[in-house]
Write a protein that binds this ligand. Structure first.
Ligand SMILES: Nc1ncnc2c1ncn2[C@@H]1O[C@H](COP(=O)(O)OP(=O)(O)OP(=O)(O)O)[C@@H](O)[C@H]1O
Length: 344
């Protein structure tokens, strides 16, 4: 992997361990333990992609993002972002990427948003003319005008997030890295931010890597999702592929001509009845057509609907430890779990 790579991000076997001191239950002495926050993560992101980086709490997402942006140095593997080693070329990289942490602001708390953005221009050395036109464009797209002269501390969360996005994009970066950008936003603000990100990616071709727990963000924005669990990759692909890969149940809803006891077919019994309507949970391996035919042999069927598992159900299964086909997942020492290094 050389600097000549045209990929936006190349991660090969990237890992990060933290050493923490902790008192074990029933022991008096504190021991130094290593927490493997990220453990052997490999992936490539090409220019123009919009990728969701997902995983349960503590999976290692923020740690990965901190390594990608040069805030933390990887303890294993190699990483290139825009062809650069992030921890060694942090300043050069900062000119080519934008970063937004939903939980924190990079704006100056006491300054009006307009002045904060002017400072950002100076920091990045953006040419004043280019800044003016870019600011005008971002102000229109993010609807910043009504609060450009308001001190950042007085902005609502949604307004501040739009301000942070503008600050991250003023220097027109090739890659935008977002850590939970819609956290705490109301439905209208979320929709504004999502619409903006979708356009940024589609029209300007900005590559976007997004971590989120928001299912709407994932379904609306991410053509590709990468999932990590306890520091290790467990899935990389499209949402449809994820639904198919995970052994998620489907729900068959049948409407019979009359109410009756729960239907049983091929060992599957309706788990809910409501008048003539009955709900049967079909394992992925069940043949839906055969189940429907078997029901139709015994009953008068008025209507049928087959519901695929929602992305929420799919992710919940994955986060509970149900592995998609082809992704055996963590084995051996559980990554993320502390391992004792030495007693103190
Ligand atoms: N500075 C640190 N020192 C010690 N352990 C850390 C440090 N930062 C993170 N960790 C640990 O690394 C693991 C991964 O944390 P990380 O913040 O990357 O998870 P995450 O996927 O972003 O979680 P969340 O969805 O809750 O934000 C956790 O076990 C966490 O406690």
């Amino acid at each position: 992997m050389g600097e000549a790579s045209t990929s936006m991000i190349v991660a090969e076997g990237v890992g990060k361990s933290f050493t923490v001191r902790a008192r074990r239950a029933g022991r008096r002495r504190r021991v130094r333990t290593a927490v493997r926050a990220v453990d052997g993560v490999s992936f490539t992101v090409e220019p123009g992609e919009f990728v969701g980086y997902l995983g349960p709490n503590g999976a290692g997402k923020s740690t990965t993002i901190k390594m990608l942006t040069g805030i933390l140095t990887a303890s294993a593997g190699t990483l290139r972002v825009c062809g650069l080693d992030p921890s060694r070329r942090r300043t050069a990289l900062a000119r080519r990427i934008g970063v937004v942490f939903g939980q924190r602001t990079t704006l100056w708390w006491d300054l009006p948003l307009r002045d904060s953005l002017a400072l950002v221009r100076k920091l990045y050395g953006v040419d004043p003319d280019a800044h003016r036109s870019r600011l005008a464009e971002l102000t229109a797209l993010l609807e910043l005008e009504p609060f450009l002269d308001t001190p950042v501390r007085q902005l609502s969360l949604g307004q501040r997030m739009r301000g942070d996005l503008a600050a991250a994009l003023l220097h027109d970066p090739e890659l935008l890295v977002l850590d939970e950008p819609t956290i705490g936003l109301d439905v209208v603000s979320k929709a504004t931010v999502r619409e903006f990100l979708a356009r940024l990616n589609a029209e300007r071709g900005t590559t976007i890597l997004l971590t989120t727990h928001d299912l709407g963000d994932i379904e609306r924005l991410c053509r590709r999702v990468m999932i990590i669990d306890r520091g290790r990759p467990v899935f990389d692909g499209g949402l449809g592929e994820l639904r198919r890969a995970v052994d998620a149940d489907r729900m068959l809803v049948v409407e019979l001509d009359r109410a009756g006891p729960p239907v049983t077919v091929d060992g599957i019994t309706a788990e809910r009845t409501e008048g003539p309507r009955q709900w049967l949970r079909l394992p992925r391996t069940a043949n839906a057509a055969a189940v429907v035919a078997a029901i139709a042999r015994e009953h008068e069927v008025r209507d049928i609907a087959l519901r695929e598992a929602g992305i929420e159900e799919v992710l919940a299964g994955l986060y509970r430890g149900e592995r998609p086909y082809g992704f055996p997942g963590p084995s051996g020492t559980a990554p993320g779990a502390p391992e004792t290094l030495a007693a103190e």
